[in-house]
Design a protein around this ligand. Structure first.
Ligand SMILES: CC(C)(COP(=O)(O)OP(=O)(O)OC[C@H]1O[C@@H](n2cnc3c(N)ncnc32)[C@H](O)[C@@H]1OP(=O)(O)O)[C@@H](O)C(=O)NCCC(=O)NCCS
Length: 168
């Protein structure tokens, strides 16, 4: 099956939203739930999003965002490096449809976002919930390492253990 990573198009959103609902049912990602999956996919600080397409079907995606001080990952990265967050991009909303896992789509999506950031002189850091073991394995294989442990707060007083990852 032909796997292609390309910039996300608006018409990809409904299929990606449907995939996200399946991801949430299987993996509990995102922890905030999927009441509005299409809205969740449209990030207001998006630099670029990419879609993984297999046999013409959108089945995974990633969004690269501009860092702001309110981002947990930005604060931890700034403390760790002493650099300005103007030099940082944060990948978010990475997922692959459960029926299409293990074929390299997640890795290619992440590599595409990282290459894009680097080509613009931006470092990359992000947070990941410790429960998301497949994602952590993928990030560590790509050379990312934890630089801080954090707690992700969401909903009505809920907390999830997380870590901020960056390339050392
Ligand atoms: C993380 C995720 C995007 C990986 O997608 P994927 O397309 O299956 O990943 P890949 O096929 O590219 O695998 C990449 C690496 O991850 C690891 N991996 C992925 N799924 C795995 C599994 N089920 N078991 C063991 N290792 C796994 C492997 O180490 C693999 O490395 P390799 O290519 O050197 O063998 C996918 O599991 C997912 O959508 N998870 C739920 C959402 C999530 O956690 N998102 C990240 C939030 S920060």
């Amino acid at each position: 099956m032909a796997l292609v990573i390309r910039p996300r198009r608006d018409e990809d959103i409904p299929a990606l939203a449907a995939a996200l609902v399946r991801v949430h049912a299987q993996d509990g990602y995102p922890v905030e739930g999927v009441a509005d999956p299409e809205g969740w996919l449209r990030h207001d600080r998006e630099l670029q999003s990419w879609t993984a397409v297999e046999d013409s079907k959108p089945m995974g995606q990633i969004t690269l965002t501009r860092a702001v001080p309110a981002d947990d990952a930005a604060g931890a990265w700034q403390k760790h490096t002493g650099d300005s967050i103007d030099h940082l991009a944060i990948p978010v909303r990475l997922f692959v449809d459960p029926d299409h896992r293990g074929s390299g789509a997640g890795r290619l999506l992440m590599e595409t976002a990282v290459d894009f950031a680097r080509s613009r002189g931006l470092a990359v850091a992000f947070d990941v919930m410790l429960k998301d073991r497949a994602a952590i394995r993928l990030y560590e294989r790509l050379g990312f390492a934890p630089i801080a442990e954090i707690s992700h707060h969401y909903g009505d007083g809920n907390t999830e253990a997380a870590a901020v990852y960056a390339i050392q």
